[in-house]
Design a protein around this ligand. Structure first.
Ligand code: SF4
Length: 324
């Protein structure tokens, strides 16, 4: 399915470490391995979902792609151009093409700015068009996200969570980006408005020809929105596959455990529950070999010493497990 598709974003061995304490000589003492040698191609026009338990590095990965965090090593390519070491001004220009939709619409909107000011700010920053043209652009994008024009001069506190997220989406899309990282965009919303915002994100993808990296801990949300899904565990990608393939033929023991935990209303078609024992190991001190071996019921001696590489097991279905 992925053959002959245009690669928009490519990650090569991307690693992100955070040094949390140092010795008196300045040597790192404690290092959090947030993202560990991730290789990933994101194809133009697709929505790739990234799932995993909290702390698995999915948000850090999204921020490394956008260079809001600098990768410790590895490369981030955008349209085959290595942007890993772009300077501030070069990255500023890239912001027109790459945007982020934040998780929390309450925290990401300046309460002292009106909706017009908030959405127009990116156009102002890039000096796009005259003031009148910018206001017209704000009108258009507000209409696209389902916000009436007469709300332009109101402040964020006057809106519900769903409407605020629409403002956040409008602000992210006003520059006509190609690629958007959606970081848990519905997890802070009431269940009743989640579906509306998800549908909006889907519609906008078609209307504006977008490519998404959609980060979520919620497997049902990711299943609904994604074309392909990458499962992350402790900073590494455990499995990547097309959505249907992943849900029907999960190959990695971690993916199987995650999927078996989704409640299904049809009791006859429930997957056999695979209860994960033990906690996720600390990214400060990840286990040797396969990071999942401390919780995997199939773990063998090899798993404790040798890190499994992500391998294609057929038609773009990639798995990092010695068993597959
Ligand atoms: Fe389990 Fe070994 Fe596969 Fe890791 S490599 S998931 S420990 S079987």
């Amino acid at each position: 399915m992925t053959e002959n598709k245009e690669v928009l974003v490519q990650l090569k061995d991307v690693k992100k470490e955070f040094i949390t304490s140092k010795t008196w000589t300045g040597k790192p003492l404690k290092v959090v391995h947030a993202v560990d040698r991730v290789n990933l191609s994101i194809y133009k026009g697709e929505t790739i979902g990234v799932v995993g338990e909290s702390g698995c590095g999915k948000s850090t990965l999204g921020r490394c792609i956008l260079r809001l965090l600098n990768p410790t090593s590895g490369q981030v390519l955008y349209r085959e151009e290595d942007i890993t070491h772009y300077n501030k001004e070069q990255m500023r220009q890239m912001r027109r093409k790459m945007q982020l939709i934040f998780q929390d619409p309450y925290a990401s909107l300046n309460p002292r700015m009106t909706v017009l000011e908030l959405i127009k700010a990116p156009l102002d920053a890039f000096g796009i068009g005259s003031n009148q043209e910018r206001i017209q652009k704000v009108r258009e994008i507000m209409e696209l996200v389902g916000m009436p024009e007469n709300m332009m001069n109101r402040y964020p506190h006057e809106f519900s969570g769903g409407q605020r997220q629409r403002i956040v989406i409008a602000r992210a899309l006003v520059l006509d980006p190609e690629f958007v990282v959606c970081d848990e965009p519905v997890s802070a919303l009431d269940v009743s408005v989640r579906a509306q915002v998800l549908n909006l994100i889907q519609e906008l993808k078609k209307t504006k020809d977008l490519t998404y990296l959609f980060i979520s801990h919620d497997l049902s949300v990711v299943k609904y929105i994604s074309d392909r899904i990458a499962v992350m565990y402790l900073g590494r990608v455990a499995e990547i596959a097309d959505k249907e393939e992943l849900y029907q033929n999960p190959a990695h023991p971690y993916t199987k455990a995650l999927l078996s935990a989704i409640p299904i209303p049809d009791v006859d078609n429930q997957m056999k529950r695979e209860i994960l024992t033990g906690d996720v190991p600390s990214p400060l001190n990840p286990p040797s070999g396969c990071y999942f071996h401390t919780r995997c019921k199939y773990a063998a001696e090899r798993c404790r010493t040798e890190c499994p590489e992500l391998r294609d097991v057929g038609e773009g279905h990639m798995v990092a497990c010695h068993l597959c």
